[in-house]
Design a protein around this ligand. Structure first.
Ligand code: ATP
Ligand code: MG
Ligand code: FE
Length: 350
C-alpha cells in the first residue's frame, strides 16, 4: 500500500511516503533552532512552526516521492503521545487531506512508529519483535507480537528517559540543546573509562528490565561541580564519554538479557537515542556475542520523522486494520500498548 504519514508530536514536522516496506520520501522541517535558546522545546513555538511547515512539507514529500495524492491508499498520522498542541496540528491536517481526497485515515502511536520504521530498512519485522525504545521521552523494553495491535512493555525507566539524561548532562556541560548529538560528538574524543559513573538498577535485586537514569545525571552533575569548586578544568570529552558509556552499558546489557530470557533471536533499537554511535557499536558487539541479530535503522530514521508514521500506517492497511473515525482525538499521553487509534466512534469510515 501507498501511504503518506504525518508526524508532529514534538518539534519536527515530518511527512513521509512509503509503498509497503519501501521508503519513497522523508521530508522533515525542524523548529529545533527556535527552541535552542530556551534550552528545551517550547510547546507554543512548536505548534506554530508545525502550522507554517505543514503544507509545504506535504508538497515536498509528494514531489520527492513522485506520486500523486490521489493514488494514496491511506493517510497516517501520529495521534500521540507528544505535545497536545503540536499533535493537534498534525491530526487536523491529516483529517483535512484524508477527507478532501476521500482516503482512509489511520491514527497511529508515535512509539510503535519508532519501531515499525525498521521495516523500511530491514524488511518485515519478526514476530514477536523485541524492541529497545530509547527517545527523548521514553526508555522501554517492548515485546511486540504484532506491531499494529499488540505491544507489551517488559520494563521502562522509573525516572528520566535516556534522551532526557543526554539533554540534561549536556546542559550541565553548557553544550546546548539537544544534548544527544553533541555528547555523541564530544565522546569520540574522550575516554569512556576515565570516570566510573553509576549503572542504575543493575544490582542483583533490581528489576531486570527497568531503567533509571536520574541518579546517573545527578552523579555527573556532582562530579562536575566538585571539579569546578576545586578550580580545575572540566574534561568535557572524558565526562561525555564516561556518561555515555554508563547509559549505553545498561541499555545494551538489559536488552540482550531480555532477548535471551524470552528466546528472541533479534533486537530492534528505535527512537532518537538509537542514533547514538556508541550505542550502535556496543549493541552490535554484544548482540553478536549472544547470537542475536541487531536491527537499527539509519540515524535519520531513528529521530522523529514522517516515514516512520507512514511505515506503521502501511502495516495497518496491509493487515486490514480499521481506519480511524473522523473524530480521532490527539492524545498527549497515548500508552505504548495502543499502536492503533480507531477513534471514538464505532462507525469508522472505510
Ligand atoms: P518520544 O519519542 O519519547 O516522544 P522525542 O520524539 O522527543 O520523544 P526523539 O526525537 O525520538 O524523541 O529523540 C530525541 C532525543 O534523542 C533527544 O533527547 C536527543 O538528545 C536524543 N538523541 C538524538 N541523537 C542522539 C545521539 N546521537 N546520541 C544520543 N542521543 C541522541
Ligand atoms: Mg526533536
Ligand atoms: Fe520520538
Amino acid at each position: 500500500p501507498l501511504v503518506l504519514g504525518i508526524e508532529t508530536s514534538c518539534d519536527e514536522t515530518g511527512v513521509g511516503i512509503v509503498r509497503g516496506h519501501t521508503l519513497l520520501a522523508d521530508a522533515v522541517a525542524s523548529s529545533v533552532d527556535e527552541h535552542a535558546r530556551f534550552g528545551g522545546v517550547v510547546p507554543e513555538v512548536a505548534s506554530r512552526a508545525h502550522l507554517e511547515a505543514m503544507v509545504p512539507t506535504i508538497q515536498r514529500a509528494l514531489k520527492e516521492a513522485g506520486v500523486s495524492a490521489k493514488d494514496l491508499d491511506g493517510i497516517a498520522v501520529t495521534a500521540g503521545p507528544g505535545l497536545a498542541g503540536a499533535l493537534l496540528v498534525g491530526v487536523s491536517a491529516a483529517k483535512a487531506y484524508a477527507y478532501a481526497l476521500g482516503k482512509p485515515l489511520y491514527g497511529v502511536n508515535h512509539l510503535a512508529s519508532h519501531i515499525c520504521v525498521d521495516q523500511l530498512e530491514h524488511g518485515a519485522l519478526p514476530e514477536p519483535t523485541m524492541a529497545l525504545l530509547v527517545s527523548g521521552g521514553h526508555s522501554s523494553l517492548l515485546l511486540a507480537p504484532d506491531i499494529t495491535s499488540d505491544v507489551r512493555p517488559l520494563g521502562s525507566t522509573i525516572d528520566d528517559a535516556a534522551g532526557e539524561a543526554f539533554d540534561k548532562v549536556a546542559r550541565v556541560l553548557n553544550l546546548g540543546f539537544p544534548g544527544g548529538p553533541v555528547i555523541d560528538r564530544y565522546a569520540r574524543e574522550g575516554d569512556p573509562e576515565a570516570i566510573r559513573f553509576p549503572r542504575g538498577l543493575t544490582g542483583p535485586r533490581d528489576p531486570l528490565y527497568d531503567f533509571s537514569f536520574s541518579g546517573l545525571k545527578t552523579a555527573v552533575a556532582r562530579w562536575i561541580e566538585a571539579k569546578r569548586a576545586a578550580g580545575e578544568t572540566v574534561p568535557v570529552a572524558d565526562v561525555a564519554a564516561s556518561f555515555q558509556e554508563a547509559v549505553v552499558d545498561v541499555l545494551t546489557r538489559k536488552a540482550v538479557r531480555a532477548c535471551k530470557d524470552h528466546g528472541v533471536d533479534h533486537l530492534m533499537i528505535g527512537g532518537g537515542v538509537a542514533a547514538n554511535t556508541r550505542l550502535r557499536a556496543m549493541a552490535e558487539r554484544r548482540c553478536e556475542d549472544a547470537g542475536i541479530t541487531l536491527r537499527v535503522p539509519r540515524p535519520k530514521l531513528c529521530t522523529d520523522n514522517g516515514a516512520m508514521v507512514a511505515a506503521l500506517g502501511a502495516e495497518m492497511v496491509a493487515r486490514g486494520r480499521a481506519a480511524s473515525s473522523w473524530d480521532l482525538p490527539a492524545d498527549s499521553s497515548l500508552p505504548v500498548t495502543e499502536p492503533h487509534v480507531p477513534g471514538t466512534h464505532d462507525h469508522a469510515h472505510s
